[in-house]
Design a protein around this ligand. Structure first.
Ligand code: CA
Length: 409
């Protein structure tokens, strides 16, 4: 699960997130593990494993000979902040300025390519263009100057997430062996992501597409390859052709708030019965399954998320990112700017979330770490406490909830 949230918290997204981050130190227990043995010995071991996994001696030598440990990579990895922006702040920041007009321009300028991609993979232009814009500002952001093989080898040697990065390293060698990229061409960000759609080496190897027909998958220099690969990855996550992904809605003053959340689906007709209405377009009263998303609680913006939304949470497990990317795609498909909702919503900072997590823990609602992140476990615990205390159970933490839990009432 961390994989996608890490991988997609990088690049442009990382820059935006870190600007508003609160550093609370390493959150996971794995951060306290110890490396044993030298990097050089580890690398020789890995070369043997690569050979027995079908990588040629030539590829291994070209990719790994002379590769050294890079302490700067570990420093970057350990310095990741806790993401504390609310949805509106993050979404407005990531989709504001020139990003929307540039997205429209890029869709127009690449109309033939986008249409070919939609025909082949079933993913519409706005969806692909939104990810292109968010991951790299349509390729303007180059994603770092790190040699991917050195970066991934460093992270694979490091004990914290060695299993994940060992696979990434092996797939980096497979990219070289397939003739897609030379080792010296594999330049990207410090966690191994490549190209304008920021693919990990494993996704690159498994889902990369040669869409310009030059015989190799070049997601760094070929826009057709990068965009078609993104559509192919979404398709592998279950994207359904011709289906919607997200629709902004208005919610009534009162409804069964505990029905909100990605883990719950109802037919649209049920949402209509509860008083949910399309914000800008009609909400048909039919059987299509949908989840009610309230990223800032019942007073903030509201969306119905359709089955295709799952492709976004697979792309990035971070809820605020997934919702922003899906929302930006609706904007590029013609939807207006999202409304603020019914009232001003207070966004708790990481320290306030930590306190809430401790209070929820004391009361038996929460068993995770007090890491300051509003993850799925924390939202579920908030909902349980709200139900118990007779508060509107929209899973969103309010100062009132913290106050009630402090007082033990
Ligand atoms: Ca190609």
């Amino acid at each position: 699960m961390w994989k996608r949230s890490l991988r997609r918290s990088l690049g442009l997204i990382g820059l935006a997130a870190l600007a508003a981050a609160v550093l609370t130190g390493p959150a996971d227990a794995a951060a306290r593990c110890k490396n044993t043995g030298s990097f050089e010995r580890w690398l020789e071991d890995f070369k043997r494993e690569a050979l027995s996994s079908g990588i040629s001696r030539q590829t291994i030598a070209a990719s790994l000979d002379g590769v050294t440990f890079d302490p700067a990579i570990i420093r970057r990895d350990s310095g990741q902040g806790v993401f504390t922006q609310g949805f509106l702040q993050f979404a407005n920041r990531m989709t504001g300025g020139a990003r929307h007009p540039n997205g429209m321009k890029n869709i127009k300028a690449n109309a033939a390519l986008f249409s070919r991609i939609e025909k082949e993979f079933g993913v519409p232009p706005a969806v692909v263009a939104a990810l292109w814009g968010l991951e790299s500002d349509y390729g303007a952001y180059k994603g770092g100057k790190y040699n991917i093989i050195r970066a991934v080898a460093t992270l694979a040697y490091d004990c914290r997430r060695s299993e994940f990065f060992r696979k990434q390293l092996m797939d980096s060698l497979r990219i070289v062996q397939r003739g897609d990229l030379r080792p010296d061409e594999m330049i990207g960000n410090w966690a191994g992501e490549l190209g304008p759609t920021q693919f990990t080496p494993s996704d690159y190897f498994k889902h990369g597409v040669d869409f310009d027909g030059d015989g190799r998958v070049d997601m760094i220099r070929s826009v057709p390859d990068a965009l078609a690969s993104a559509a192919n990855l979404l398709k592998s996550f279950g994207w359904q052709r011709g289906q919607p992904w997200l629709q902004e809605v208005r919610v009534p003053a009162q409804m069964p708030w505990q029905e909100a959340g990605l883990d719950i689906q109802h037919p649209r007709s049920q949402w209509v019965r509860w008083g949910v209405r399309g914000a800008h377009s009609n909400l048909p009263s039919d059987n299509m399954p949908a989840s009610l998303l309230l990223p800032m609680g019942r007073n903030g913006p509201a969306f119905l998320a359709y089955p295709n939304f799952k492709a976004y949470t697979e792309w990035n497990a971070a809820f605020v990112y997934a919702t922003t990317a899906a929302y930006f795609a609706t904007r590029l498909a013609g939807a207006p700017v999202v409304g603020k909702g019914n009232a001003e919503v207070v966004v708790p900072d990481a320290k306030q979330v930590q306190e809430l997590q401790r209070l929820l823990g004391h009361r038996g609602y929460y068993k995770g770490e007090a890491d300051g992140r509003m993850g799925a476990l924390t939202r579920a615990a908030v909902k349980q406490a709200q139900i118990k205390l007779g508060l509107p159970a929209d899973s969103y933490p309010t100062p009132e909830l913290t106050e009630r839990l402090r007082g033990g009432r």
